[in-house]
Design a protein around this ligand. Structure first.
Ligand SMILES: Nc1ncnc2c1ncn2[C@@H]1O[C@H](COP(=O)(O)OP(=O)(O)OP(=O)(O)O)[C@@H](O)[C@H]1O
Length: 462
């Protein structure tokens, strides 16, 4: 992650453009308290005050924000929103890991006495929100949770390495971070390091480039607990695997506990050296599976209480029934519904939720909606030629359906503004933004536009 040097000036320029794209009210309400913190993977990392801002901006203003960023920040494509409290320590390097002090020689008295626990968590790369206690255990995760508890609380035999695998959004990072936190609680002076595999490989490449491998090695070879997230990303990266193999051996030789997560079993990671596969499998492997209905319900109820949001029990059950594959999606759905309820001030019905979460719900059912299928469905509905979706013709009887198709492409697919413009006869992203705004406004004013869009969406899902 690169810290932007003159962030304030850069952000001011972006906000100036943004101010021209959204209403004054919207700007004041949603963007005034945001700030640019860094650029990561060609994306602007923008901090917002809380989850509500994050969800609201993501749902309603992402195209405008992305356009303002693209116009004012060279080489930056896209935006990542991060809630202030959850900001990783991007602007504050993990300074005390740089000192090559062997883990077991840390001065216990001074370290434990002087450094607050929160600070220790941060230095280790841990997020205080992920604890063993606030992880809802179900049959899908019972074994994984028990293993993590044993490692975190240092009970039982050393499961080394502990390898946790399972699908996306099922709680692997949560459990891994919870191990780190439990470990630090039981032994506050221990050297705990959490990092993603991507960070490991990037730092390794950087160290090779700068001829500074020694420092890199010292940084990671003296941990007592090493937590590496998303290890599957090391697949196919030969030199990083070589380095990781040595790091791994030296950590295990030095009796460091290693925990790894992956979205698949070690043996299924593509282009992973056999010696690493067997190293990863030589400890304990645990799997997290998707939760069943009762567990999904319990997770939602817990999140509702934690976030102190008001969502009726019937809607919670509706979400638990409909969103089955991914806990992150469950959380996102709950947050969206709660945000809507608090801002709209009206009772949230199942129909409302169905509309509000249509993208999420569609992903759950797995039906693929493409720009092409949208263009066909819209042309069919309005009885215009498919060729008119891409033509330059402008009579309202053609321009309006075309704008509806752009609006649906924006809301129902993951295509960028540019890709959508391109698919509509090489139009630019501004035309797509204009279409989205116009149709959104029209839907507010005109029930028949809303109905037509509902009918087209239903036809796309069949
Ligand atoms: N059983 C659970 N109880 C409470 N919260 C959970 C549970 N499972 C997942 N979550 C929450 O769901 C979100 C996603 O979890 P997490 O990031 O740990 O998933 P992951 O498996 O690491 O996903 P990925 O592979 O995409 O990185 C987090 O906010 C986490 O707190």
């Amino acid at each position: 992650m690169t810290a932007v040097t003159d962030v304030a000036a850069q952000w001011e320029a972006t906000c100036e453009v943004l101010g021209g794209l959204v209403s004054k009210d919207a700007y004041q309400r949603w963007f005034r308290a945001s700030r640019l913190v860094a650029v990561e993977d060609s994306k602007a990392v923008v901090a917002v005050p809380n989850d509500i801002h994050q969800v609201w901006i993501e749902t309603n203003y992402m195209p405008e924000l992305a356009t303002a960023v693209a116009e004012t920040m060279e080489g930056v494509r896209g935006v990542k929103l991060v809630v202030e409290d959850k900001l990783p320590e991007i602007l504050e390097p993990v300074s005390d890991l740089d000192r090559a002090v062997p883990a077991r020689s840390v001065n216990v008295a001074s370290a434990a006495g002087e450094v607050p626990f929160e600070k220790r968590l941060k230095t280790s790369g841990l997020n205080p929100q992920f604890t063993l206690d606030n992880f809802v255990v179900g049959a899908n995760s019972q074994f994984a949770h028990a293993a993590c508890e044993a490692v975190g609380k240092r009970k039982g035999p050393g499961y080394n390495p502990l390898f946790i695998h399972g699908g996306s959004g099922l709680g692997k990072t949560h459990l891994m971070q919870a191990i780190g936190q439990a470990y630090l609680r039981s032994s506050p002076t221990s050297r705990v390091v959490y990092l993603t595999c991507e960070k490991f490989t990037n730092e390794f490449i950087d160290a090779v480039r700068k001829g500074d491998l020694e420092r890199f090695r010292k940084r990671y070879r003296h941990a007592e607990l090493m937590l590496i997230d998303d290890i599957q990303f090391i697949g196919g990266k030969e030199r990083s695997q070589e380095e990781f193999f040595h790091t791994f051996n030296s950590l295990l030789d030095g009796r460091c506990q290693v925990v790894l997560t992956s979205d698949r079993p070690a043996s299924e990671i593509k282009s992973l050296e056999p010696r690493l596969v067997s190293r990863f499998e030589c400890g304990l492997t645990v799997e997290i599976q998707p939760p069943v209905f009762e567990t999904r319900l319990a997770i939602l109820q817990k999140k509702r209480d934690e976030w102190k949001v008001k969502v009726e029990e019937g809607i919670i059950r509706f979400l638990a029934e409909r969103i089955r594959s991914n806990v992150r999606r469950l959380e996102g759905a709950l947050m969206r519904v709660a945000t809507f309820a608090s801002l709209a001030g009206e009772r949230v019905t199942e129909d409302r939720v169905e509309h509000l979460l249509r993208d999420l719900l569609r992903e759950e059912t797995g039906k693929q909606v493409t720009v092409d299928s949208i263009q066909r469905a819209v042309a069919d509905h309005y009885d215009v030629r498919l060729a008119d979706m891409t033509s330059r013709r402008r009579p309202a009887s053609i321009a309006f359906p075309r704008q509806i198709a752009m609006y649906l492409s924006r809301t129902l697919t993951k295509q960028s503004l540019m890709e959508i413009g391109e698919a509509f006869g090489g139009r630019d992203h501004g035309t797509v933004i204009h279409a989205v705004k116009r149709i959104t406004a029209q839907m507010e004013l005109d029930p028949s536009t809303r109905d037509s869009i509902g009918v087209i969406e239903a036809s796309l899902r069949r």
